[in-house]
Write a protein that binds this ligand. Structure first.
Ligand SMILES: [Zn+2]
Length: 149
């Protein structure tokens, strides 16, 4: 039963790869990492809102460079894509691929990269935004209270 399931899932995956691989290849060429020996690559399959799972690919180009590709529409449009951020955060929601242990490896790749630096800046601003949102809510209540008196 399990082997049947595995086989059929494998077929679907292979079919998807026929479509996806040329796009991934173009991406890998565009960031100039193809054929480099130091390059390491880890792929995940994540079920999103589309019927086919998304392919999320992390590429460690060097000790200080990490690139990430996703086959979802947000990535295609150059937007924030939660599939990549989730994996960097260790969130494995919607995981279809059975390489959960690789998440820790990808997380270890983050250290000392430009991505980590940008991520720290983003997290700091997120925390500030949450604080301001809270303060704004209190300030609005105070305005409402002042107008009643
Ligand atoms: Zn994505």
């Amino acid at each position: 039963m399990y082997s049947w399931y595995f086989y059929s899932k494998q077929n679907i995956t292979n079919h998807w790869r026929e479509i996806f691989d040329p796009a991934a290849q173009i991406f890998l060429n565009s960031i100039g990492i193809n054929g480099r020996q130091s390059m390491q690559k880890i792929s995940f399959e994540v079920q999103g809102s589309a019927s086919e799972p998304y392919d999320v690919v992390f590429v460690k180009r060097s000790d200080t460079n990490l690139s990430a590709y996703c086959s979802c529409p947000a990535w295609e449009n150059g937007q924030y894509c939660k599939h990549r951020f989730n994996i960097l955060d260790g969130i494995t929601k919607g995981f279809v691929s059975n390489n959960l242990n690789d998440v820790k490896i990808v997380q270890s790749w983050l250290a000392a990269t430009d991505v980590e630096e940008a991520l720290i800046k983003m997290r700091k601003l997120e925390a500030e935004a949450a604080k301001i949102k809270k303060e704004l809510s209190v300030a609005k209540k105070e305005v409402a209270k002042a107008m009643r008196a």
